[in-house]
Ligand binder design. Sequence first.
Ligand SMILES: [Zn+2]
Length: 343
Amino acid sequence: MKKIYRILLLALMIGVASGCTRQNNDVNNQKVQEQKEKSDDKSTEKSDSKKLYVSFYPIEYMAKEIAKDKIDVVNVMPKGATVHDWEPTAQDIKNLSDSKMLIVNGLGLEGWLEDVKSSLKNTEIVDSSTNIDKIKAEEEHEHDHDHEEHEHDHDHEEKEHGHDHEHHHHGEFDPHVWMSPKQARIQMKNVYEAIIKFDSENKDFYEKNYKELDKKFEELDKKYTEVLAPQKDKYFIVPHEAFGYLARDYEINQVPIEGINSDSEPDLNKMKELTNFAKSHKINTVFYEMGESDKIANSLAKEINAKTAGLSTIEAKTQDIEDGKDNYFSLLEKNLDAISQAK
Ligand SMILES: [Zn+2]
């Protein structure tokens, strides 16, 4: 997909549609619609302006726990989409541009945001990573570009348009703040403050919910500290570099198979390096990403005679989340169980 063209098209669409109310797809009714819009222009509030948009599941969870049924919280990412490579459609951007507020994780997690910001002039974008003690992202491996199936497409695109496609995802800092209950508490405070700005009339209601949620995460934070304290400085092999804040906050060390953007499958050298490291540290568990292939974890585990187990990066909204079997909080609890059992 030629992203640049799509963005240009979007800019055009949004430009044309600005000042209008809902778009009507029925071409035959266009005239009628235009007249209607003229008369409705000022009185009609766009329905999307009542919606509070969020960029991915953990923020959706926080916002819904705080707002409950008082606000229509909408996650821009569809079920199953993964946060590091998802990009909005034209309709998504149209919806976002009609909304009053969008809460994002920040720290470059939403790689698509820079490109669409100019289309969201009337949408307040709230960065939920404000006040977080950030971790600087390390440079990606130099073989980062060698694995992509569509490498050549990207190369052409870059040359033709002088646009650095591959690097638009890469922030200066590690974005995986939601993976640590300690950081999640800061994030939900930011979400709460955004919500009372979005709808100040129900402040007391939101405040009560926020305090309950914060208490729950405060206890989870304590549990992480207590459970992991005796395991201080241990290493755990993770599917991608998503556990930096968790590792820092609870004093353990992640050994990532893939990089911070989950887009650098290990080559033979990297696998050899991991094998040697795991053997010398007598690591007994290799974690794979729940909901994704465990192939690499399995082959590494076989090499070092270890077992595999799942961890969730909570980056996608899964069917189990949708069905209410899992949620952000329960997945953080499961992660702690899994990590604490690994040696
Ligand atoms: Zn990630």
